[in-house]
Write a protein that binds this ligand. Sequence first.
Ligand SMILES: Cc1cc2nc3c(=O)[nH]c(=O)nc-3n(C[C@H](O)[C@H](O)[C@H](O)COP(=O)(O)OP(=O)(O)OC[C@H]3O[C@@H](n4cnc5c(N)ncnc54)[C@H](O)[C@@H]3O)c2cc1C
Length: 392
Amino acid sequence: MPRRIDTYLKDLIPEEKMDFYSVVRDFSDNEIAPMLLAWERDHVLVPDECIAKMGELGLFGLPIAEEYGGQGGDHTDLVLMGLAIGYHSQSVAITPGAAISLGAKPVQLFGTEEQKREHLPDLAAGKRMFVFGLSEPGRGSDAANPEVTAEKKGDRWVINGEKCWSTNARWASHVVVHALSNAGGSHAKRSTCVIVPMDAPGVSYQEMSGKRVWEQSSTGSIIFDGVEVPLDDTLGEEDNGFKVMVNTLNGGRLFIAGLALASLAFALDKTRVYAEERIQFNDKPIGRFQRVQDVVIDMDIALERNLTWLMHLCRLYDEGTLTREQAAKVKVDSSRAASDLLVLAMEVCGGVACLDEFGLIRHHNDLFVTRVGEGSNFALKDLIVRPLREQG
Ligand SMILES: Cc1cc2nc3c(=O)[nH]c(=O)nc-3n(C[C@H](O)[C@H](O)[C@H](O)COP(=O)(O)OP(=O)(O)OC[C@H]3O[C@@H](n4cnc5c(N)ncnc54)[C@H](O)[C@@H]3O)c2cc1C
């Protein structure tokens, strides 16, 4: 069945980008969709073969410059990949998505030339994965004040503490740790980002258990017990680590908005087709009821509106003019609209929506992450309101 989202994308992106999207969409239809139910029922993470195939397609190097071994694409390409794969599974899409938007991106944005040459080629090839180590058990929205510490000892950092909710931890080669380096510094000027190899002595990882969202995505706790790394592995400026994290999150939030819209696009297609197939009362489809049509129409409007908005913001990101508020707003609105509408879509479909094989319940659960991840929507409104409170 043609995806409704494709109709809108054709008007929003150039032909060569549509060609790229179509390749990833077909890969997702043929290689991911048929496997999902088995992966879910067996409680397995994205299998290594699937990660390898995504690597062969070049998905881990999309916005990385060709001189560093990447595809030389842009942020729109990354979001298109999220739309194409997230249509079936956000948790598969977030694997290359987080590897790039949270893993490779800080190196691209803040790495020294030496750091770029050392890491980007392997990151682009999917042979290495970086994890974004911001959240901690006691520090979620209040991320500017890490409890993980980085203390200087000669020419090395000594790192102690725990990070959690680290996406891709299972496959990670390195973690970018956001750590307190100057307790007396002013707000957002007291932390430093350090690149730490996962196999450094004193680093241990544990997969978080009991997670019922993004089920095929790896989410880990990473513990640092007196871990020593050279000062040369500082990423960005010392005591200005929060800037590294915050700038990285702008692009990540566009990707999360894309995942929310991918789920909405799936729900729209599933619901509009089912509403014409499901017969009740006098051999007629439930799609004839206006209340059912309203839900389908509202999903369609939200998809076209937010997709148009998101593609525009991706262009601003690539031009370097995207503001934090713009990235926050599209993430807040897309995740909220998609998750609110998905509940109604499930109601339209009735009892069958409770079955895993129907597919909607997966998106229902995964959409919750888009509301909380990369800044909870409630907390992001603190950012969004700032320019609205300025005088004059
Ligand atoms: C599946 C998954 C993957 C993740 N991957 C990563 C990752 O790779 N790297 C990483 O560093 N983190 C990751 N995270 C963590 C994520 O970024 C945090 O969950 C998020 O920042 C919120 O922090 P918290 O969960 O500790 O919520 P808290 O900070 O405890 O907030 C709880 C709630 O309090 C309210 N609240 C908090 N602050 C405010 C405020 N200022 N105004 C109004 N209300 C507020 C909101 O309702 C919020 O949802 C991931 C999370 C999930 C669920």
